[in-house]
Write a protein that binds this ligand. Structure first.
Ligand code: SF4
Length: 280
């Protein structure tokens, strides 16, 4: 289950899947709506809290508490830009809630401060995200780094991995994610678009760096035919609803079809189908 906690955000990423020209005028979902949604989640199903930036919601701790009470066995996954966690008091308060099934996913675009801030269109966002990640790890939280792969950062992924391995010991895992071209990502497609198959070799090298240092790494939204065989187990399976995903007709004959994470529907009109080749 995926639920937006607020549509407010202190970043304005060029590759956000939402159109932030519109979402900035959207009001917060009511607490009552959130409580009802939490109550309808089947036992044990992961609750993804998204936004906007969920930590900006005044009642953020209440939302977490509600998730725990309604679904004690569910993993609660907070998708964040990490900036709020630069505030040590905030992290201490969160720690005081003693939530056992909590994972925090933080978007980091690059090891380079300027590049991250250019993508987020928020000066100082890299510094705060990096400090936030350190603060969370220092308190023993389960942290996942989420690297969205796009035109301006894909060539530097290996270096980004080196930075991560050096600075963020204790991460639960690092996930490289191919873009969905909706919202800002579609509006800014000239700035962010890269063919998945062009970025894949760089993502694979970035995975190698992390795994050599003992980190867990995954590849999300990398159709299996565009990556080397040995990386396929890191990319198998769908992580999103089928409505946003598609497979071209030619995939019918592919032996990897069942395990393939499929392709964002929004990618195909921009890129075409030619890079996807059935595996026999
Ligand atoms: S050919 Fe289609 S089904 Fe097979 S791996 Fe590629 S995208 Fe997936």
């Amino acid at each position: 289950m995926e639920w937006p906690v607020t549509f407010k955000c202190n970043n304005n990423c060029i590759s956000c899947i939402l159109d932030t020209r519109q979402t900035k005028y959207k009001g917060n979902p009511l607490m009552k709506q959130i409580e009802t949604a939490m109550g309808s989640v089947p036992a044990g199903e992961t609750i993804n809290l998204t936004g906007g930036e969920p930590t900006l919601r005044k009642e953020f701790f209440e939302v977490l508490d509600c998730a725990r009470k309604k679904n004690p066995d569910s993993l609660v996954f907070v998708v964040s830009n990490g900036r709020k966690f630069a505030n040590k008091k905030f992290v201490e308060e969160l720690s005081g809630l003693k939530l056992e099934n909590l994972r925090i996913g933080i978007a980091l675009y690059s090891h380079k401060r300027e590049m991250h801030d250019k993508i987020t269109r928020a000066k100082g966002s890299w510094l705060e995200a990096v400090q936030g990640i350190k603060n969370l790890l220092g308190k023993g939280f389960n942290v996942e780094l989420r690297i969205l792969v796009e035109k301006c950062n894909y060539r530097g992924l290996e270096e980004t991995s080196r930075f991560i391995a050096k600075n963020f010991i204790g991460l639960e895992r690092v996930v490289f994610i191919n873009l969905k071209y909706t919202g800002n990502a579609f509006i800014n497609r000239k700035k962010v678009f890269v063919h998945y198959s062009k970025a894949a070799p760089f993502a694979q090298k970035a995975v190698d760096v992390l795994r050599e240092k003992g980190f867990q790494a995954r590849l999300f939204h990398f159709p299996l035919c565009i990556i080397e065989k040995k990386y396929r187990p890191l990319a198998e399976g769908t992580t999103k609803g089928e409505l946003d995903l598609a497979l071209p007709k030619k995939c019918d004959s592919c032996t990897l079809k069942e395990k393939c994470p499929k392709i964002w529907k929004s990618y195909l009109p921009l890129a075409g189908e030619s890079e996807f080749k059935p595996v026999f």
